[in-house]
Design a protein around this ligand. Structure first.
Ligand code: ZN
Length: 451
């Protein structure tokens, strides 16, 4: 396959009249300032696809169902109650149908790979399925059908609160001890074996869900692959951690685990200056999920300071209440503008494009967190690509970084034209090529779930 485009954002920067050849899913040649060959597919603007480092795919099915005010102060904790009720009924077919829709939408918005933080393991009564990795197989099947790159992160979840407390009824489908988790991990590795370029990491759910000993055991099972954990998302979580241990969550984690470049700290919203510096120095990626964090009222991560300190970050769609790669980056910046009452907070210096800086940062950090670091569009790299609708009147007169700024701040997902993953085109004209079948199955699954 060969693609020709008027403007492409290569690893080295913007170039015009670029021709890419793709073989076995990878970019085999990059030619600059050349004309299109007769059979080349022609596009106007080409970028590397963005990684989505944090998703709970099934939660796409509950988008819009938790937006009614509760009797008391509505917060993350009431949202979680809705989520527990929803998962009471979800079966593997439902999981596959919802995940397929979520993954199709991710591709349509410009994401090329997803980090699936997968914690719904067991049957509705809390007993493991005959094959303990049944739900992971459903996730892998959805990734295979849609073509999205998958970094599957099976979640270790054993307790309901700090200090190894007994799990609650609503958590029965998530729970494993270390030995059953080891079996599950083996099953997950088998479940993705047939997928193109999948990665399997591990995810101790949070400091609430794993004791210090369990955290060490589970992290060791990653064997060099990514380790993801939810941390310091909510103030009550920080207070509970302090009450239990005298330490804040990030502080406690660094005391008990060897946090380095293989770690992804999801949210890390509530950190002190000292904690923030410690994370930046560790080389770990902070997994920011701006849309979900706004939806849940979590708070704002100190992104301006963290980026200035060289901290690594990526973005994730987390609860999937909205799926839009550009919108995640936009809200990341807007949160900082509202907080600091100024413009272009994350541009990284004078005369720099905010959109391009954010895209570059989230691209590098997301790839690191998902175990697939790449330099972008360059020889030998995976052909995970996004083309924008360069012919849209909205893009008139734009070139280079202003195309990215315009996409992120002015248009969002509707400006995505085609998306390739591993050299295979999965989205055309902004629509996943199998969208009709995916939609029909999703509707049937929701009719059953919400009946
Ligand atoms: Zn999450």
């Amino acid at each position: 396959m060969a693609l020709w485009c008027e403007q492409a954002w290569l690893a080295e920067g913007w170039r015009n009249n670029v021709r890419l050849s793709v073989e076995n899913g990878r970019i085999s040649s990059v030619e600059i300032d050349v004309s299109a060959a007769p059979r080349d597919e022609r596009h106007t603007v080409l970028l590397p696809a963005l990684p989505n480092l944090h998703s709970h795919a099934f939660q796409r099915g509950m988008a819009g169902l938790a937006e009614t005010a509760g009797a008391s102060d509505d917060s993350f904790w009431t949202w979680r109650e809705v989520m527990y009720r929803f998962v009471d009924r979800l079966d593997p077919d439902g999981m596959e149908a919802i995940a397929a829709l979520a993954y199709a939408e991710m591709l349509e918005s410009g994401f090329g790979r997803v980090g699936e933080f997968h914690y719904l393991h067991h049957d509705v009564d809390g007993r493991p399925y005959g094959d303990v990795a049944t739900m992971a197989q459903a996730i892998a099947a959805a990734a295979g059908e849609t073509g999205i790159g998958l970094t599957l992160l099976p979640v270790f979840y054993a307790h309901s609160g700090f200090g190894g407390t007994t799990p609650m009824h609503g958590q029965r489908r998530f729970i494993n001890d270390v030995s059953r988790f080891a079996n599950l991990l083996e099953g997950v590795r088998e479940a993705v074996a047939g997928l193109d370029d999948a990665v399997v990491g591990v995810a101790p759910h949070s400091l609430r869900a794993a004791t210090a000993e369990e955290l060490v055991d589970v992290a060791a099972m990653a064997a060099g692959a990514p380790i993801h954990i939810h941390i310091a998302e909510q103030v009550p979580e920080v207070e509970a951690c302090l009450a239990w241990s005298g330490k804040r969550p990030v502080e406690w984690l660094f005391d008990h685990a060897d946090v380095g470049t293989d770690w992804c700290l999801v949210h890390a919203t509530h950190v002190t200056d000292a904690e923030r510096l410690m994370v930046a120095a560790s080389g770990a990626v902070v997994g920011l999920c701006p849309i979900t964090e706004a939806n849940l009222g979590d708070g704002l991560f100190p992104a301006r300071e963290f980026l200035a300190e060289g901290g690594r970050y990526g973005v994730g769609s987390d609860s999937n209440v909205e799926i839009d790669a550009a919108a995640e980056l936009r809200l990341l910046e807007y949160g900082q503008r509202l907080l600091h009452r100024g413009r272009n907070q994350l541009a990284g210096g004078a005369a720099k494009s905010t959109g391009a800086s954010l895209y570059r940062g989230a691209f590098a950090g997301g790839g690191q967190a998902l175990g697939r670091s790449t330099s972008g569009i360059a020889m030998g790299e995976a052909a995970d690509l996004v083309s924008l609708k360069g012919g849209d009147p909205f893009f008139a007169g734009r070139s280079g970084d202003s195309l990215i700024d315009s996409w992120i701040f002015g248009g969002g997902a509707r400006l995505v034209d085609c998306v390739w993953r591993g050299g295979v085109k999965r989205v055309e004209g902004g629509r996943h090529i199998d969208r009709d079948a995916i939609d029909a199955r999703y509707r049937a699954a929701m009719a059953k779930l919400l009946a």
